[in-house]
Write a protein that binds this ligand. Structure first.
Ligand SMILES: C[C@H]([C@H](O)CC(=O)SCCNC(=O)CCNC(=O)[C@H](O)C(C)(C)COP(=O)(O)OP(=O)(O)OC[C@H]1O[C@@H](n2cnc3c(N)ncnc32)[C@H](O)[C@@H]1OP(=O)(O)O)[C@H]1CC[C@H]2[C@@H]3CCC4=CC(=O)CC[C@]4(C)[C@H]3CC[C@]12C
Length: 259
């Protein structure tokens, strides 16, 4: 049987593909375990500079497996569980390296929830986005009731959460939920292009910028600048920060060592 998620390294880019196309890549325990391991690998392996998350078979992800839920319901198993952190969905945990989403087809419920943990987002023109849990009497425990209003305008977020209405790719781009709409079938190629551009930049700088974004979220501006300046100054003390300007005056591509 096929693995429920496929992890492939292409140079400095790790590609994680949710792989249950027959159920629109609905999440399974196996898929979530592979994703958790992949996130650990992204954080721990210095050779990996950026990660791309995508789905197989023209779908991104249809959220929790509703068929499986009729056999074993999470509601019967969550008593005493703390779901304030769900590693696989990157809720309560963020990667130390950039995560690029390549969406084709539906990104629904848990699919749009994990999308909110990605940093750069590309979708095919027919992609659709929804947080549909309330339609089935469920709660979007992947974090959308907290995170979505922080990422897109309030009324659009609330309408999505309460009605389960789907946004088209164009609507999602207009709302700022995704950054790029490309022709169907080209989301992964565009995501890899963007991932390549990130991977070519100074890794210390990239990770420090990301860390600053994450650590200053919601802080007052002057408090945030204190954090930003501490993280940013460490970048300026790195060898990579010497290599960049040297490469500029020597009219060549920088060779960043990540130190
Ligand atoms: C709480 C989170 C999370 O927030 C909860 C959810 O995600 S609920 C899931 C809601 N999903 C949906 O509403 C999507 C339903 N599907 C559709 O609307 C459509 O199918 C589609 C728009 C996606 C695609 O439409 P199409 O027309 O293109 O295709 P269609 O013909 O409809 O479908 C093709 C076939 O695919 C099947 N299909 C589609 N979607 C699903 C699906 N979601 N599940 C199963 N099967 C699906 C469809 O039936 C067709 O098949 P046929 O056979 O051909 O009919 C939770 C997220 C993860 C949870 C954690 C998981 C681990 C845990 C386990 C525990 O026991 C403890 C708790 C927990 C940690 C658990 C906690 C909650 C989560 C975090």
């Amino acid at each position: 049987m096929d693995a429920h998620a496929i992890v492939e390294q292409r140079g400095p880019i790790l590609i994680v593909t949710m792989n249950r196309p027959q159920v629109r890549n609905a999440l399974s325990a196996e898929m979530m375990a592979i994703m958790r391991d992949a996130w650990d690998r992204v954080d721990e392996d210095p050779e990996i500079r950026v990660c791309v998350l995508t789905g197989a078979g023209g779908a991104f992800c249809a959220g929790a497996d509703l068929k499986a839920m009729t056999q074993s319901h999470p509601g019967d198993n969550v008593n005493g569980s703390d779901l304030s952190r769900i590693d696989a969905l990157l809720k309560g945990r963020r990667l130390t390296k950039p995560l690029v989403a390549a969406v084709e087809g539906p990104a629904v419920a848990g699919g749009t929830e994990i999308l909110q943990a990605t940093d750069v987002r590309v979708a095919g023109a027919s992609a659709r986005f929804a947080v549909s849990e309330a339609r089935w009497g469920l709660f979007p425990l992947g974090g959308s009731a907290v995170r979505l209003v922080r990422q897109i305008p309030y009324t659009i977020a609330v309408e999505m959460l309460l009605t389960g209405r789907q946004l088209s790719a164009a609507e999602a781009r207009d709302a700022g939920l995704i950054g790029h709409v490309v022709p169907d079938g080209e989301a992964l190629a565009k995501a890899l292009e963007l991932a390549g551009a990130i991977a070519a930049n100074g890794p210390i700088a990239v990770q420090a910028i990301l860390r600053t974004l994450r650590e200053t979220e919601g802080m007052a501006e002057n408090d945030a600048f204190a954090v930003e300046s501490r993280i940013g100054m460490a970048v300026f003390r790195s060898d990579d920060a010497k290599e960049g300007p040297r490469a500029f005056i020597e009219k060549r591509t920088p060779h960043f060592q990540g130190r």
